[in-house]
Design a protein around this ligand. Structure first.
Ligand SMILES: [Zn+2]
Length: 348
């Protein structure tokens, strides 16, 4: 007879001690090993070189070097344990589960063979844009699938263009397809998620996500953002048709303490919603030196919020997190912020 502590196994969490035969003990040890392996699923990093081929012209904020800086930063030895995968392209069918066919057709018509095509004040397409946008959405969908099927504990998708401003019908604010909305839809359609929470700490409000999910009780969208600022939406009074939208606007000049307070208000709502997976719109343009934002956040503020979000995910959805790059327009600061975010997600 031997004694074995099985307190980490489901059904044995009350710490009962058991007296077991050797055979039972070996079986228990094997189960413990499986449990330990499940906790070592690790962090998946999803990207694709075509993210660099979306050219926007000099002087515009969403430059390809944003992704290059992130790639350099995540090539450091401390990130060697990350599992890395190429972002596949999203299918038309997947895109059209969120967007109007007219948007996709408009973008396909506007895509230039060479040079740049200007679609609007902040929307520029090069010959590589559509492919990059399809892989940004496809990367989000792929990451969601890997996390939902348990092949990864969590995932970060380092792609551009970003997504949270794109509405059902319109590309805007550097965003072509709403990557987070597309991934949320797939979580529910293909992976059995009943409720998805999307948390967005980009300095801008995710008007696209708010519009797309306004009337969907199974999707919770929560955002902290600077107000007034582009795109102008995101007032506290905008709550969704089912109280499923939470906006916590911040003022220009607010720093880490106010940012943490805003999230201390939001996190209990996410917790009570009990999502099956947590999607993060990880925008780092609230950083102190960002050229577009006026919040005075530091790397550590993003690291601390990431840890708080992980606590909620651990409690409510088995730690399942899919984080998608949104803004952050000073490449060196963006890369440093992504490093602390992915460092927290992966424990690196
Ligand atoms: Zn932004």
């Amino acid at each position: 007879m031997m004694s074995l502590n099985l307190s980490s196994l489901p059904g044995f969490r009350d710490g009962r001690s058991l007296t077991l035969t050797r055979r039972e003990c070996l079986l228990g040890a094997a189960l413990l090993t499986l449990e330990a392996r499940a906790g070592e699923k690790g962090t998946l990093l999803v990207t694709h070189p075509c993210g660099l081929a979306h050219e926007v012209g000099a002087g515009r904020p969403d430059q390809p070097r944003r992704l290059a800086a992130i790639a350099d930063s995540l090539a450091a030895p401390r990130f060697s344990a990350l599992r890395r995968a190429e972002a596949p392209a999203a299918t038309r069918e997947t895109i059209l589960r969120v967007h109007a066919p007219a948007l996709l057709e408009r973008l396909e018509r506007a895509a230039p063979q060479s040079g740049l095509a200007t679609l609007g004040p902040d929307m520029v397409m090069s010959s590589g844009t559509l492919e990059a946008a399809l892989h940004a959405a496809g990367g989000a969908v792929f990451a969601m699938g890997e996390v939902m099927r348990g092949a990864a504990q969590n995932a970060f998708v380092a792609m551009r263009p970003p997504g949270h401003h794109a509405t059902r019908d319109a590309a805007m604010g550097f965003c072509f397809f709403d990557n987070a909305a597309i991934a949320a839809r797939e979580a529910m359609r293909a992976h059995g998620a009943e409720r998805v929470a999307i948390v967005d700490f980009d300095v801008h409000h995710g008007n696209g996500l708010q519009e797309i999910f306004w009337d969907e009780p199974n999707v919770l969208y929560c955002s902290s953002h600077q107000m007034p600022l582009y795109p102008g939406s995101g007032a506290r009074s905008e709550r969704g048709a089912h109280d499923n939208i939470v906006n916590a606007p911040l003022a220009k000049g607010d720093g880490g303490a106010r940012f943490a307070e805003a999230w201390a208000e939001i996190l209990p709502v996410v917790d009570a919603f009990a999502p099956d997976v947590l999607l993060i719109c990880a925008g780092f343009d609230g950083h102190l030196h960002d050229p577009l934002g006026g919040l005075r956040l530091q790397r550590q503020d993003f690291a601390e919020l990431t840890l708080r979000l992980m606590e909620v995910a651990a409690r409510r959805c088995g730690g399942r997190i899919v984080s998608l790059l949104e803004g952050g327009y000073r490449p060196e600061d963006l890369a440093a912020c992504v490093a602390v975010h992915v460092g927290a997600l992966s424990g690196a």
